[in-house]
Design a protein around this ligand. Structure first.
Ligand code: GLN
Length: 562
């Protein structure tokens, strides 16, 4: 073969998308999403284009219909997919948007196969798990490489190896490995538990879970061992020997205080180098993690505390508010402040208890939500923030609560409400959007995804964004009722962000208050490590100013009493 041909062949191998599968063993919740995102970050920092996809083995079409108690937050993409919260981590780490194609569920796979069967696409064949379901899974994996031409597609397989429902996914991985030799690897994440009684780390669960993978015809290339204690070389070599991997491919993933340290740990363990070598890369580009390390340094430097009261109804389950929590981490670091979230159960808030819950926080956030539970507590909290001049951010339902309080208590519209909670309210200041009135199905039918919004140049959020036209993501059915716009404006509520096409209200602010903002959209979905969201950055700043002013006032008062 001519040198040129060999060169071209090599180039074509290298320019083809490489597929990295991440499976989990032994236990759920080991952090496959964070390992996938960290590896993606390391590859991206070497100049490669990377995307991450999550395959979820449940039969729901998407998590949009799932109760947050079941599944944590439902994350929304620009193109309006309701997805697993891991996609939030992918975006926060990579600073790149994901899409419909990045989250596949068993429900979606079956729906598409069954639709094809009804159309007669299978030409009289018996439709089976293998090959039809597995073909559909393979198609959904490869589409990211074929259509978007990423250098790397990392596919995280939800659940744990051995689960009945994840078997077709593992089978699809086995087939793909066979069909694309040299273009894919499997990383298996397992747990190495520490037994306090014997004072030892135990490798047996890892050995068993690799055996399970092998029974399914998949040999992992790299093992990532989640552990509480340092893993010795002896343990690494034992795992390597039993599981047919080389010792350098046994990677320690020790518990850390923040998920944002994990890329650095994986870099120290050389996870990315092992991946690149196994995929045939001989020259390695340098990593550039300067911005990331600066963020970590800022986070560590941030000692001054600012307390934000988060009023919601799933407060025992912090995963329900994942993106909000992470947005505060990003905004805190940007301001060099440590945001402490005070979790406040909306159902516990009454006129008697409210002072106890809220008089000690520097800022109040009313969380998004659905349904009646806790709604009066949220409306009262909004009133408290308005009257006591505490910086306030209402997100989606939180904004709607601010409107309801304003209607009831400033405009004296008794029993004003959202028609979501009270369909007979005399003042429906929040009402079902016109296009929602004919909707009957619950799944995937809200106003979802990114919409434009024009900002009023005189507003707080214009100075936060420094842009007139913004795009933010939505997930709601109800909306400010434009019939009331003039009445509200006369009393001091300003509509400072409007959708230029539909005239829907997207942002409210109130006058004569240090920082009172409600947004119909979800800024938390777009905050990333590299681009902390301006709404959160400004809210945290306002809350800290409030804290400092309060402290100054206390000192002045003490001095004047001397
Ligand atoms: N339940 C409200 C609506 O559907 C708010 C939704 C939300 O907070 N995401 O409009």
């Amino acid at each position: 073969m001519k040198i040129q041909t060999i060169f071209k062949l090599k180039l074509s191998i290298l320019s083809k998308t490489k597929y990295i599968f991440v499976t989990g063993g032994v236990s759920s919740s080991l952090g496959k999403g964070i390992i996938s995102a960290s590896l993606a970050k390391l590859l991206q920092s070497r100049g490669y284009s990377v995307t991450i996809q999550k395959l979820d083995p449940y039969i729901n079409i998407d998590p949009g219909t799932l109760n947050p108690y079941e599944h944590g937050e439902c994350y929304v993409t620009d193109d309006g997919a309701e997805t697993d919260l891991d996609l939030g981590h992918y975006e926060r780490f990579l600073n790149k948007p994901t899409s419909q194609a990045n989250n596949v569920t068993t429900g979606k796979i079956y729906l598409s196969v069954i639709n094809k069967e009804r159309k007669g696409d299978y030409l009289g064949k018996t439709v089976q798990v293998v090959p039809h379901i597995t073909d559909e899974i393979k198609h959904r994996i490869k589409i990211l490489g074929n259509k978007y031409k990423y250098d790397f597609v990392i596919t995280e397989i939800g659940g744990t190896v051995g689960d009945i429902e994840s078997t077709p996914y593992i089978e699809a991985v086995r087939q793909l490995r066979w069909e694309m030799p040299g273009s894919s690897i499997v990383i298996h994440l397992t747990l190495v538990p520490f037994l306090a009684a014997s004072g030892e780390l135990k490798t047996k669960p890892t050995q068993h879970s690799v055996k399970l993978l092998l029974e399914n015809g998949v040999q992992p290339d790299i093992l990532v061992l989640r552990t509480e204690k340092k893993i010795t070389d002896d343990i690494k070599s034992k795992v390597a020997r039993f599981c047919n991997v080389d010792i350098k491919s046994v990677i320690e993933s020790i518990d850390v205080s923040t998920i944002y340290e994990v890329p650095i740990l994986m870099q120290e363990e050389e996870l990315d180098i092992q991946v690149l070598k196994k995929l045939g890369f001989t020259t390695l580009e340098r990593t550039d993690l300067k911005d990331w390390k600066e963020f970590l340094a800022k986070m560590k430097r941030s000692k001054k505390i600012v307390k934000i009261g988060l009023v919601g109804k799933y407060i025992e389950l912090h995963d329900a508010y994942k993106s909000i929590i992470e947005s505060f981490v990003h905004a805190g670091a940007k301001n060099e402040l440590k945001v402490e979230i005070v979790w406040i159960n909306a159902e516990k808030i009454t006129s008697k208890t409210i002072d106890n819950y809220l008089n000690n926080v520097d800022g109040i956030l009313i969380a998004p939500g659905f349904g009646h539970r806790g709604i009066e507590g949220k409306i009262k909290s909004s009133k408290y923030a308005r009257e006591n001049k505490i910086p306030f951010l209402g997100i989606c339902l939180g904004m709607q609560c601010a409107v309801i309080d304003f209607a009831r208590n400033v405009m004296n519209l008794a029993d004003a409400h959202s028609t979501e909670m009270d369909s007979n309210t005399p003042y429906p200041v929040i009402d079902l959007m016109e296009e929602q009135k004919t909707v009957t199905n619950v799944g995937g039918t809200m106003r979802l995804g990114s919409y434009p919004c024009m900002l009023n140049k005189e507003s707080k959020l214009f100075s936060a964004y420094n842009e007139e036209l913004i795009n933010e993501r939505h997930r709601h059915r109800y909306e400010f009722n434009n019939k009331y716009i003039d009445d509200f404006e006369k009393q001091g509520m300003k509509f400072t962000g409007i959708n230029p096409e539909s005239q829907l209200v997207e942002i409210i602010e109130i006058e004569n208050h240090p920082w009172f903002v409600g947004v119909q959209f979800h800024p938390e979905y777009k905050s990333t490590v590299i681009n902390p969201h301006p709404v959160f950055v400004e809210f945290v700043k306002a809350a800290f100013d409030n804290k400092e002013n309060n402290e100054k006032r206390k000192v002045e008062k003490a001095n004047s009493n001397l």
